[in-house]
Design a protein around this ligand. Structure first.
Ligand SMILES: [Ca+2]
Ligand SMILES: [Ca+2]
Ligand SMILES: [Ca+2]
Length: 404
């Protein structure tokens, strides 16, 4: 009992870390931040399906995010990995049993079924399933794997239906690997986009990658804005690993690194922990991370937040947009400081001046964005009303949260 009280007190104390009462920082452009439906509304439907993207649009997402990999016949399809047993029913297909194999992807052994070993016609016989075990499994087996073209068709159709411009935000997955097997992603990606009329810096398209050299190559192929993704500081872009470049993502976060990125990219897509770090605690002194929510596993829910870094300001100083990932409402993924309220997390990041968020739950992201940071098609809130948000006492904020 005493220990629970102690943890509760610590949790309350850590709340003061959240700058919910701080004044609102500006985005790079002064416009309201964008909401990107991460793999679609993937908190509600199996990721990277037309159903997931359509729901994201209906929930108000400004952009939908297809990750792209290649089929054997060179068609770009929407999947988070080229190994597809985690998100499709391929493992249950006796006719494809002999396609199971082990490959080295980005330096690591991966066993399963790979998109580059299937034609598009074969891929189309598979059905998507939910990856995350604690999310809704009732849609498993219903949806096809969409091509990039089908995702674009959906965005265009929904733009007409809704009267909003629905943007697309494709990510090249494992670009060095796909190049190594003769199926490079960049040319077909640019070709599909150009065929659909996307080639201007003002088009509602961002192309993103965790690698550096393929973005620099894309810069020579297209005028569309590019976004450099960032993994944890100690990790390295895989093209750097492959070429013997020893720099890490942390090295690219310096002012010199960011200035270099601004030569080819319009923005960065950092892991949100590069903006607000979090880590486990050992308050009971047993030498192991404390399981703060007592669910038997250590997850984001057991990592209290720390003070924000200067990354948003640093990126803005280099002229770069900041689109942070990934925002998820599930308790498993939510820092303890938010007390189970995902709205508090969006509010914190919007007040720090983030230019966009990748969200699995775009309905919540859009609601908080519209309330806290203004709506994209309306004027940005007056500074005086922002100040009112800024001086709202913590107790009042907590009271309002309870009332929700
Ligand atoms: Ca992605
Ligand atoms: Ca402990
Ligand atoms: Ca836990």
């Amino acid at each position: 009992m005493f220990r629970i009280c102690k943890l509760a007190l610590l949790a309350i104390a850590s709340l003061t870390v959240i700058p919910v009462g701080s004044a609102m920082a500006a985005t790079l452009t002064g416009k309201a931040p964008i909401v990107i439906g991460h793999r679609g509304a993937s908190g509600y439907r199996p990721e990277h399906t037309l159903a997931a993207y359509e729901l994201a649009i209906e929930m108000g997402a400004d952009y939908i995010e297809p990750d792209v990999v290649s089929t054997k016949d060179g068609v770009l399809i929407a999947r988070h990995e080229n190994e597809i047993s985690g998100t499709t029913d391929v493992a249950n297909r006796a006719d494809f049993a002999n396609r199971k194999t082990t490959k080295t992807i980005d330096g690591l052994p991966v066993t399963g079924w790979f998109t580059e070993d299937f034609t598009l016609a074969e891929i189309k016989t598979l059905r998507a399933k939910e990856r995350v075990p604690f999310r809704d499994q009732s849609y498993n087996g219903q949806f096809e794997i969409p091509t990039l073209q089908e995702v674009i068709d959906l965005a265009k159709r929904k733009s007409v239906e809704t009267g909003r411009t629905i943007g697309i935000y494709p990510e090249t997955k494992h670009p060095t690997y796909f190049k190594s097997i003769g199926l490079s992603l960049e040319e077909p990606l640019v070709n599909v986009l150009k065929t659909n009329g996307y080639d201007s810096p003002d088009d509602a398209v961002f192309i993103q990658s965790f690698e550096v050299s393929n973005l620099q190559f894309l810069k020579t192929l297209t005028n569309l804005p590019l976004v450099q993704l960032f993994d944890a500081s100690s990790a390295k872009p895989y093209d750097f690993v492959a070429s013997g470049d020893s720099r890490t993502y942390g090295d690219l976060l310096t002012s010199t690194g960011l200035a270099g990125i601004a030569q080819y990219a319009k923005g960065i897509g950092p892991w949100k922990r590069l903006i607000i770090p979090a880590d486990t605690v050992d308050n009971n002194g047993d030498g192991k991370p404390d399981d703060l929510n007592g669910d038997g596993v250590i997850s984001d829910a057991d990592k209290p937040l720390q003070q924000p870094t200067s990354l948003i300001n640093d990126a803005h100083a280099a002229g770069l947009l900041v689109h942070a990932y990934t925002f998820r409402s599930d308790d498993f993924f939510l820092a303890p400081d938010y007390n189970g309220n995902p709205e508090a997390e969006y509010e914190q990041f919007f007040k720090l001046g983030v230019d966009g968020v990748f969200s699995d739950f775009p309905d919540t992201a859009v609601a908080v964005r519209n309330r806290v940071a203004g709506e994209p098609n309306k004027d940005v809130p007056e500074p005086t009303s922002l100040l009112a948000f800024g001086i709202l006492p913590l107790a009042e904020i907590l009271r309002r949260r309870k009332a929700q």
